[in-house]
Write a protein of this length. Sequence first.
Length: 465
Amino acid sequence: MGLYAAAAAVLAGVESRQGSIKGLVYASSFQNVKQLYALVCETQRYSAVLDAVIASAGLLRAEKQLRPHLAKVLVYELLLGKGFRGGGGRWRALLRRHQARLRAELARLKVRRGVSSNEELLEAGAQPGPAAQVPRFVRVNTLKTCTEDAVDYFKRQGFSYQGRASSLEDLRALQGKSFLLDPLLPELLVFPAHTDLHEHPLYRAGHLILQDKASCLPATLLAPRPGAHVIDACAAPGNKTSHLAALLKNRGKIFAFDLDAKRLASMATLLARAGVSCCELAEKDFLAVSPSDERYRQVEYILLDPSCSGSGMVTRQLEEPGAGAPSPERLRALAGFQQRALCHALTFPALQRLVYSTCSLCQEENEDVVQAALQQSSGAFRLAPVLPAWPHRGLSTFPGAEHCLRASPETTLTGGFFVAVFERVQVPSSASQPPAQAPEPPSPGPKRKKRRRKAAGDPCAAPGP
Ligand code: SAM
C-alpha cells in the first residue's frame, strides 16, 4: 500500500475509533512509520480547513470514486504539505485537474478569516483547548551535548532566548520564535506549542529528545547514581531509557525489557542515535524476568512505565476530543497487569527505589494500583515525598496519596500523567552503610542487608488488602 492510501486508512480507523493514530500507524504494514505518522498528524491537524476547501471546491461531487479520507490526504499534500512525493500517480493526475479550484478556495478561506498564512488559518479556525496549548518540550541529551550549547545553537538560528522560567505563567506566555528553560527540570527547553523540531539538525543528530515534561519526571525522580544497575521494565520506544542512560552518564547498566519486537526495533535506533551504550535490550515479558537471576542481583532501581489506557495523552485528546474513558473491562485488565508488574518489580532483592508511571488519568490505573502494591508489600516500601512544589498531587484515596504526582494540560501544561516513587523502608541497623548519593531528588538510602527482611524476596506474597 502506498503512503497516501495508508494515511487515508489510518484516518478512517481513527474516525471509527479503531485506535489512536500512533497505534494504527504501527499496526499498518507501511514501512516508513515516521513518514506516515507525520503525514497523518498534519492532515488531521488541518482537518477542518481541508473539509472546508474540499466541500467548497466540490471535489467529492466531481470525483465520485475518490474516498473522503484519501481526498483529505491528497489535498493536504497538494496545498499545505511538501507537494506530491512518489506514488499515487493516478490520484495525483486527478487532483492536478482540480488544483486551480482548490487553491482558489483556500485563498478565499484565508480572506474570509482575515489571515495570510496556513498556520494562522489553523489558529483562526478553532479555539484550541488546553491540550493544544501544551508547549513543545525538548530534553537536551547530555550524552551528546550540554544545555548551554543547545541554547547557543538556537540563538544563532534566530530564536529569542528568555532564560530560565520562574513559573508556569512564563511558559504559558511563550509565543513566536522564542524559547526558555523549564523552571523545574534542568535540561528541558520549552518552545511555544506546535513548534515543529522533527527536522531540526540537533534532533536528527540525537542531541535533542522531543519529550513531554511529564514524561521526563520518571527518570528524574528515579535519579539513578552513575554506575548503578537499573531495570526499565516496559521500555519501548525508549525515551525514558535514554533519559536514564543520560543520568547514569552511560556508566552502570540498564536492563530494558519489552514484549513488542517492532517497538524494540525503533527503540534500538533511538538509543543508537542518542549515544546510549549502557543498555541491554531484551524482547521479554517482564513478569517472566526472575528476581533471583544472578544478572539482576545488583539492581537497585526500577522504572515501571507499563501499558495503560493512555487516557492522558495529549495526542489522543487532540485526535479524539471528548473521547470517553476506557471501558470497565479494559480498565480491569490493564490495572490487573499493572498491579502484577508492580508487585513483581518490588520483589527484586537489591531494589531500593522504584518509579511507577502511566499516561492515564484513571484512578484504577494509578492510585488504586499504588495503594494495593503498598499494602501487599507489607511495610517494605513506602512512597517517597517528592517535588513538594508540584501543583497537582495524587487523588486523596488513601493516606499518603498526596506523595503521588499527577499532571495535566490544565494544571501543569503537560500531557496527562501519573507518577509514584517507591523507596525501601530502611530497618535501623548498626551495620547500615551511608547513603549512596545526595538526596535531590532523593536517591536510595543505605544498601539493605540481604538477610534483613525475611519477606523482602516477595512483598506481594503477604496477604492483600
Ligand atoms: N517507557 C516507554 C517510553 O518511555 O518510551 C513507554 C512504555 S509504553 C507506556 C508500555 C510498553 O510496555 C509497551 O511498549 C508494551 O509493549 C510494553 N509491555 C506491555 N506488557 C509488557 C510485559 N509484560 N513485559 C514487558 N513489556 C511490556
